[in-house]
Design a protein around this ligand. Structure first.
Ligand code: ZN
Ligand code: ZN
Length: 154
């Protein structure tokens, strides 16, 4: 799913309801390389807390982003956990002018919200492992496989 209508929530007298929603997340492109979440779907947990006519929404996203390591191009699998908070008043996000928010006319733009949360939680470089040595800039040899690799004359 991409959007969720808050009017479909049934509180049944409770102050808070929680729903797990499969959200479609399109691939991310960084530096010409493509990164995916598994199956291009994230199970996001939406919690809505009711305070009078207002709602406080929390979106919890736990997934992984997979794609080529930005140093050595081997498979990288980076776990991502992110949480977003949104205040909704009369069916609209309570954002300031710069931050439009993700809720318009009682409908949550789950796709945009989830995508932004994942993107913001990613490290600046997506690596197969933090200490990845990358490729030799001269010949492209994998320096993880051959740490002593050198072009210097002995
Ligand atoms: Zn690597
Ligand atoms: Zn080399």
């Amino acid at each position: 799913m991409r959007r969720f209508d808050l009017r479909s929530l049934r509180f049944h007298g409770a102050g808070e309801v929680r729903r797990t929603l499969p959200v479609e997340v399109a691939p991310f492109v960084f530096g010409g390389l493509e990164y995916h979440v598994p199956g291009d779907v994230v199970d996001a947990t939406l919690t809505a807390a009711r305070v009078g006519d207002n709602l406080t929404l929390t979106l919890l996203v736990e997934t992984a982003v997979t794609g080529p390591c930005q140093r050595c191009l081997a498979d990288a699998d980076v776990p991502v956990t992110a949480r977003g908070l949104e205040y909704v008043r009369h069916g609209e996000s309570e954002g300031d002018d710069e931050d439009e928010g993700y809720v318009t006319a009682h409908v949550v733009d789950l796709e945009a919200w989830t995508r932004d949360l994942v993107a913001d939680a990613l490290p600046s470089k997506l690596l197969c492992r933090e200490e990845c040595r990358g490729l030799c800039p001269f010949c492209g040899a994998d320096l993880n496989a051959d740490p002593d690799h050198t072009h210097e004359e002995a």
